[in-house]
Unconditional design. Sequence first.
Length: 244
Amino acid sequence: MTMINNDLCTGCKICQKYCTVDAILYLNEEKKCYIDQERCTECYVCLRQKVCPQGAIEPIELDNFYKQFQHVISDPVENHGVTGVTGRGTEEVKTNDVSGRIKKGEVGIAIDMGRPGMGVYLRDAEKVAMAIAAVGAELAPQEHTPLAALMTDLKIGKLEEACHNYHLLSVIVEAKCENENLKQVLKALQKVEKEIDTVFSLGLIVRVDEKGQTKVLDCLKELGISEPHRGKVNVGLGKPLSLA
């Protein structure tokens, strides 16, 4: 956890320029800066980059599991202990050629919640996870995504109550569904987007035929969702398992 040493702070406000979620505030009465711990994501940008010329920003040992989780997911240079991946601790399905996580007849779902300047509270991540789980999406387990470690029930996407008010720079809700169920998942996302206080981007992982085409995304137009204009392609050089 990061805090500002009141004895060293001169109130220069330089640190405020570097905070990714505007969590560093200035007290006019004291002419000092402080960190709003509820808004801070523990990304450690201010600490790691030594932005304070007086060295007033100091680390405090993290003795809280949720604070540790918050830091590991928000700090892009941290390595997640379970998945072994930096940058929110997940590869999503970029390695599907090797892992074979998304089989034929399935669609992978990656909901990237929060952004620098806004962040995401875990209570909103829960709303999204529960919304898609309720219509048949299968949420990814802990070995694939860190968020699952906070779920009391993976089948419904419910998070531990104690973590709801923790603020992260961003977090990814991962899942998959049957091809024919994608429309219901998208409709659930359209509904829940009006109930959360952050933004998200949606990534879909689909298999294409020998001509590079798929009918899975036909429902986008029906729901008024713009067709994707950028993407990543796995060319099929992985283990045979991925073709199952």
